[in-house]
Structure formats: C-alpha cells, structure tokens
Design a binder for this molecule. Structure first.
Ligand SMILES: [Zn+2]
Length: 502
C-alpha cells in the first residue's frame, strides 16, 4: 500500500503521473473488470462480478459487463424491487482499493491534472510539496433519488455571493462556486435513481456536463471537465414515455439494460433466504420447504394477477418482509407456549398480511375488493400451487370424508403444537400422509402440526374442505357432481424449469 503524503512522493510511487493522469473512472472500472474476468477465465477462483446478486448471471450481468467494457454511462430499467440500486452500489467493487487526490479538495482533484482553481493555484505554489490524501472505494459512490424539486444548485452547484464577498472575487470566478452533488462525485460513480423524475432543465445541465464539461450556473458559464461514471435507474414505462427524457441525454446513455424479477421459484427463494432476517438468536428455527414456496409464490402469483398494477410491479421485498413476519409469528407462538423449536405454519402466512398488503399497488378492481381480500386470495392460490407440487396425485378422500361426516377442527395460529397435534391425529388418514412432506411420527410436534396444517390448507385452497374466519376446518360446500375430472391436476409448467433467453 502506498502511503505517499505529498505530490513528490506520489510521483515516485506506483501511482506515477504516467499511470494516473489519463486513467479516468471508466478506465479504472474497465481495467479492474478485465482483471476479474481474466482470473475467472483461468478458473483459479470464481469471484462473482457482483456478489450477492442472484438470478442475473445469464441476463443482466453480461450486459452490464459489456457496458463497462465499452466505458458507457448506462441505465438499468426495471420495476421496483429488482435489485437495481444494489447493482449500482456494487459497482464500487470495480474501483481501485485507494485513490490519491489533492488533500482538502472538495472535488477530489487528480494530483496531476487538477480542474479546480484552488488546486491549480496550490500545485503551482507548493509543487511537489502539495499534500495528498486517499479515497477508499466505498467513499466514491454518490447516489441521488431524482425528484421533480431537484435543482441545478443541488445537482451541479450555485454561485455563493458570501464566498465571493469574503474572498473579494468576481461573482463569475471559479472560487465562488458552491459545488453540488455531481462535482462532488468527481472521480467517483454517480448514480441517479428514477431519472425520469428529474426536471427537463436539470437533464439539460446534466447533459452539458457529460458532453462538454461546461455548465451555466445562474447564467454564468462555468467550466467543469468532470471525470464521473454516471449510472441511472428508472421504471421502464416512465423512461420510454414520450417527453420524459430529453433526447440528447438519452443519446448519451450508452446502454439500456433491463432487469427482471426472478425467473424461477428457486431463484426467488434463494434471494429471499439471502435477504430476509431469519437467523435470530434464541430458539431453533426450521422453515419447511412448502412454507418457503408459498411465501415466494405469493409474489409470483401477484405479478400475474390482473388486480395488481403491472406498471409498478411486485417487489422482491414482498416475500422478504413476509418471510420475516412469518418467522416472527412462529417465534411469538413458540415463546407463548415455551416451545424450543420454531416451525412456521401456513397460518403464520395469513398472520403476515401486514407485511404483504402495503407492497401491492392495486388496479381499480383490486381496490374495490380491498388489499386484505386480494392478499388472502393470492395466498390461497399460492397454497394451491405449492400443494400441487408436493402432493400431486395423493389420495386424500379419507380426510375429506372425515370432514364430510361432520368432523371439525380449529387450527389457530396461536395454538401450541402439543395441544393441536392431539386433535389432528383424530383425523383419519391425515398423519400418514405427512411422509410425502418428509415428516414422520418421530419428528417433533411443531413439524408435524405444520405439515398437517399445510395439507388441510391445501384441501381448503382446492375447495375440498371448508374453513371459516375462526380457522375452523369443516366439510366443504357440496358441488354438483360434474363429469369426473382429476381435481389435483394443476402442475405448474414453469416450475423448476429455467427461463430461456435469446
Ligand atoms: Zn481541487
């Protein structure tokens, strides 16, 4: 590690003038990316280009790699909760471990090619004694959420009359500029989220900086040949809507890259498992596979549902928050009943509605029914699909019959496992079906109850048995005998298969 403290020491270090003066941020990212790709190609160690980004290996990541190799400014187009911000933040992993700049400079001037007046004067006076400071990659990322009220002053800068008066400078002097976010992102990555929300006038300013390095502040032309890798994100419909983005700016964005939701249930589950806070102190936790699947399927089903607004999408944060709430409800139950084993049940998913309803933007029809109602429907559909994956073709007649003959059982999400298990064993044929879910009589009561409840919830989702608001399972409403049709026929064609991209 170099510890040069002055310009003279820096010249003698590996950060020579030859190496540094022409190395712009985009060159730096390109160089480091090439090193990583070469190393992966040699097969020595597979370092993911973007650690923690799941499901984009064949789609989004190669396009970002190409954009960086091309030294493009680029934009990620995608709906909410598609890891856009996270990818942009991960770009800092492509920066050098340390970057020298002129100490005290507000815009991190390159010691060999300062652009601000202060630093040019300083280097002229101090020469090789000019003090040097260092910048770490995590401090080289500036992020701004675009909103209609962002001004030129916020983004680019303002003329500071007090600064002018105090220093005795002209108002148009470079000394009087109070720098905005973009100049402060000099030699950094600057990310603007939701670009279409930026006013046209600001987009023009941004374009001028990217194109010419010139900008006008309050009518005064200021020259700012900044070195910034500018990246953007936007909702695709907003971005393509006519008139939202000024054409010359669009022209300067080298690559448009579309993000997407997880293509398969497995990828969705992998993301949720990685992001949700589930490894908690205290009790042992076991989340059954079918509970994970139902939670993930809620998002998949919602993305297809016509009651849910397609333009805004269904964020991956829905299953993540739902999972956290499901675990908490199970945790709460375990604490109440002094159980040492925390096993979520399907009823915990219904108890997690507060983590679900707010994440759905509803269409008119959905709003008429209410977020609560729509969410319950989505959960029920998700249960039916998960049931079909795990219990396809299993004969459940005996169980249905038990209810048809007047059997009833209440399964409250608050009820302790031991208390419920006794009731469940009374239902003929139920407990020996748990083997299909890899649960046996020797497993602890928490797991048995969860699995048995999943079967009953699945039968209810398929309208084979009934269930009321108090979570009492009863006989289903008798449907007129239609021509015999297999009831459990709904195999998910997409499940388990990789989506293909051309
Ligand atoms: Zn400077």
């Amino acid at each position: 590690m170099s510890v040069a403290r002055t310009l003279g020491e820096l010249r003698a270090s590996p950060f020579s003038e030859k190496r540094l003066s022409w190395r712009r941020v985009k060159d730096e990212m390109r160089d480091n990316l090439m090193t990583r790709l070469r190393r992966n190609g040699e097969g020595a160690s597979e370092t993911p280009i973007f650690p923690g980004i799941v499901g984009y290996d064949d789609t989004v990541v190669p396009q970002i790699v190409n954009a960086i190799l091309s030294r493009h400014n680029f934009i990620l187009l995608g709906l909410r909760g598609q890891a856009k911000s996270r990818i942009l933040r991960a770009l800092t992993t492509l920066l050098d471990p340390e970057l020298p700049y002129i100490a005290g400079c507000e815009i991190h001037d390159n010691p060999y090619a300062p652009i601000c007046r202060r630093c040019r004067d300083l280097v002229a006076k101090e020469k090789d004694a000019t003090p040097i400071a260092w910048l770490a990659p995590e401090h080289r990322f500036v992020e701004k959420l675009a909103t209609p009220d962002v001004t030129i002053a916020d983004l680019i800068g303002d003329i500071d009359p007090i600064k002018a008066a105090r220093g005795g400078h002209e108002l148009s002097s470079e000394f009087t500029v109070h720098y905005g976010l973009l100049p402060r992102a000099n030699r950094c990555i600057f990310a603007i989220n939701e670009l279409p929300d930026l006013a046209g006038k600001i987009q023009v300013g941004l374009f001028n900086i990217m194109q010419e390095g010139d900008v006008q502040i309050k009518g005064y032309p200021i020259r700012l040949p900044l070195d910034v890798a500018i990246v953007f994100s936007a909702n695709p419909e907003d971005y393509t809507a006519r008139g939202k983005i000024i054409t010359p700016l669009k022209d300067r964005i080298g690559s448009e890259i579309r993000t997407h939701y997880p293509a398969t249930l497995e990828e969705g589950i992998a993301i949720t498992t990685q992001e949700a806070w589930i490894s908690r102190n205290g009790s042992r936790l076991h989340i059954p596979q079918y509970v994970q699947e139902v939670i993930e399927r809620i998002a998949f089903v919602a993305r297809e549902d016509k009651k849910v607004d397609k333009r805004s999408g269904v964020s991956q944060r829905l299953p993540i928050s739902a999972m956290e709430n499901v675990v908490s409800n199970a945790e709460r139950r375990a604490l109440t009943h002094q159980e040492t084993f925390v096993v979520p049940r399907i009823s915990d998913i219904y108890a997690a509605l507060p983590a679900i309803t707010g994440k759905l933007e509803l269409e008119y029809e959905g709003e008429m029914k209410g977020a609560d109602h729509v969410s319950r429907e989505l959960i029920r559909t998700a249960i039916a699909k998960a049931y079909d994956t795990h219990l396809h073709g299993v004969n459940m007649n005996q169980i249905v019959q038990w209810f048809d003959l007047g059997g009833e059982i209440q399964l409250s999400d608050n009820a302790g496992a031991n208390e419920v298990l006794e009731g469940l064993t009374q239902i003929q044929g139920l407990m020996d079906k748990l083997g299909k879910l890899k649960v046996g009589p020797k497993d602890n009561p928490e797991m048995q109850v969860s699995a048995a409840e999943f079967i009953l919830e699945g039968l209810h989702a398929h309208k084979k048995i009934g269930r009321n608001e108090e979570r009492v399972f009863t006989a289903g409403e008798k449907q007129p005998r239609a021509p015999e049709k297999p009831v459990f026929e709904r195999e998910e064609p997409g499940f388990g298969r990789k989506r293909s991209f051309n």
